[in-house]
Design a protein around this ligand. Structure first.
Ligand code: 13P
Ligand code: SF4
Length: 308
């Protein structure tokens, strides 16, 4: 089948089956182009709750589809590639968190949304990179906070809020490679550019970056918003390179420079048009979560939604 034939068939099946396609900014450009909704982790969770479609085809990694299934149990949530994982989500299990909590019985657990349903079930409140500061700032000052699983995001939150967090030792294998030296080098090469940095990056809490007037730390949706509103013509993008597709589409005449062209999440790129078509045709792979876990995992997501 040609690409055109595949996309036509996807559109036809979507209509017949009353399905929507949700996609993250890190997916392939051709996936972003067929999505009904394209967004960051927060936006995608919100959209999963709002849509009245019967089927959600989730183009992203497994924890994202799982989050949609936690929020929308009445809908069929399909993930085109069952094995699309995330190094952050895989860095902690529900049992790990249960044991950690035992050593800090009065602590509040804040989990980045990049976690499994099992981990969310042991969590007090979730956050995404878009609302992490707001979530942490909303918690009582006298309480100890256990933050899982991203130590880079956690270290950035500590710097920005002045709160002390206990950090789990997890990281995103894609953003972990982004150092302050790489940012400073690009700043020297493009002194006029704004530098948009994801807080999962290893350099997120480095004073040299936090003190750089051209550097801004954002979730992917925050980057898209900043680029649209800014009067600048040049932007260095320090996150997964899939984000450049949307930035370039929305902003003709502005230049987007990837911090490093190899900043690629291989797991997100596993989702292809062929896999999306197969998912719609066979209604696979259905994301299923035991109801007792789902109910517990929903609570911290709902608390996050209220705060943001
Ligand atoms: P956001 O979608 O919150 O920007 O996070 C990026 C990410 O790594 C998702 O896995
Ligand atoms: Fe996970 Fe990192 Fe890929 Fe995001 S970019 S899905 S955090 S591995």
């Amino acid at each position: 089948m040609t690409t055109r034939e595949i996309t036509d068939r996807i559109r036809q099946l979507k209509e017949e089956k009353h399905a929507v396609i949700l996609a993250h900014y890190y997916t392939r450009p051709e996936i972003q182009d067929i999505a009904d909704y394209l967004g960051d982790s927060l936006g995608l969770s919100q959209e999963a709750g709002k849509t009245d479609a019967e089927i959600i085809v989730f183009c992203g990694v497994h924890f994202m589809a799982e989050t949609a299934a936690i929020i929308s149990p009445e809908k069929k949530v399909l993930i085109p590639v069952l094995g699309a994982g995330c190094s952050l989500a895989e860095s902690i299990t529900g049992e790990d968190l249960r044991q950690w909590k035992e050593t800090h019985p009065d602590g509040i657990v804040v989990s980045y949304v990049n976690t499994t349903a099992d981990v969310k079930a042991w969590t007090d409140v979730c956050c995404t990179s878009a609302n992490a500061l707001k979530v942490v700032e909303s918690l009582p000052k006298d309480k100890q906070i256990l933050f899982v699983p991203d130590k880079n995001l956690g270290a950035w939150i500590m710097k920005k809020t002045g709160r002390q967090l206990e950090l789990w030792d997890g990281n995103c294998c894609v953003h972990q490679r982004i150092t302050a030296e790489m940012i400073l080098e690009k700043h020297e090469a493009y002194p006029e550019a704004d530098i948009l940095i994801h807080p999962e990056c290893a350099c997120a809490s480095d004073e040299r970056i936090l003190n750089l007037p051209e550097a801004y730390l954002y979730s992917t949706a925050g980057m898209v918003k900043h680029a649209a509103q800014s009067g600048k013509r040049q932007f260095v993008i320090a996150t997964e390179t899939g984000t450049l597709h949307k930035l370039e589409q929305d902003n003709p005449g502005k230049e987007f420079i990837p911090l490093h062209p190899e900043t690629i999440c291989r797991e997100m790129k596993k989702v292809t048009l062929e896999k999306v078509l197969e998912a719609l045709e066979k209604e696979q792979h259905l994301v299923e979560i035991p109801e007792d876990i789902r109910k517990k995992a929903l609570l911290p997501i709902e608390r996050m939604m209220k705060i943001s």
